[in-house]
Design a protein around this ligand. Structure first.
Ligand code: ATP
Ligand code: MG
Length: 171
């Protein structure tokens, strides 16, 4: 199975982001994310044997993090990746720690995780050209009180995601 850990927005926030992405897509072309597919990736496991699933879950359960909020403050086009993403101006400290602790726990459990420093971003448009300007972002509420283990199934219509496990954040 193809697995990753992620934060998922509440349906109202996802809908608002999808609406913004549809507007921005008029400037950039490409493919805007469907509301139900919008997420922030914390750690990417990739192709994983079924037998290793419980090890990934145990590793994630060992991670402690206080609930916090993810501010969506900026929208950017990345030329090299041809994507438009939104995210905070600066990754909140608890989120930096969450991603780092999760990656360490996964590495200790024997998973090969990329060491690139974590930069919180939510990809909203793929194959995006550089825009003249992006529309202003709406005010959004994205509380971070859990993270998820998600299975990605690739098909011609793009990836679809199934939540396998939820990990609530404690105070
Ligand atoms: P699609 O591949 O159909 O465009 P997707 O990229 O969202 O959709 P996946 O490729 O399964 O679907 O990836 C799931 C998540 O993991 C996405 O957020 C993606 O950006 C991220 N991801 C994919 N590959 C890597 C990688 N090698 N390193 C880090 N994150 C990755
Ligand atoms: Mg992909």
């Amino acid at each position: 199975m193809r697995l990753f850990f992620a934060l998922w927005p509440a349906p109202g926030t996802a809908a608002a982001l999808a609406l913004w992405a549809a507007k921005a897509q008029r400037e950039t072309g490409g493919r805007a994310a469907r509301a139900e597919a919008i997420h922030l990736t914390l750690a990417f496991l990739g192709e994983t044997e079924d037998a290793r699933l419980s090890a990934a879950i145990d590793a994630a359960r060992s991670v402690r993090c206080a609930p916090h909020a993810l501010p969506i403050e900026q929208a950017r086009h990345w030329k090299r990746q041809s994507i438009v993403w939104v995210g905070p101006n600066e990754t909140p400290a608890p989120l930096v720690a969450l991603a780092a602790d999760l990656k360490s726990a996964l590495m200790r459990a024997g998973f090969a995780i990329e060491a690139r420093p974590f930069e919180a971003h939510v990809t909203l448009i793929r194959k995006a050209r550089a825009p003249r300007a992006l529309p202003p972002l709406p005010v959004l509420d994205w509380p971070v009180d859990e993270f998820l283990l998600v299975r990605s199934t690739l098909s011609n219509e793009g990836s679809s995601y199934t939540i396998l496990e939820r990990f609530p954040l404690g105070a």
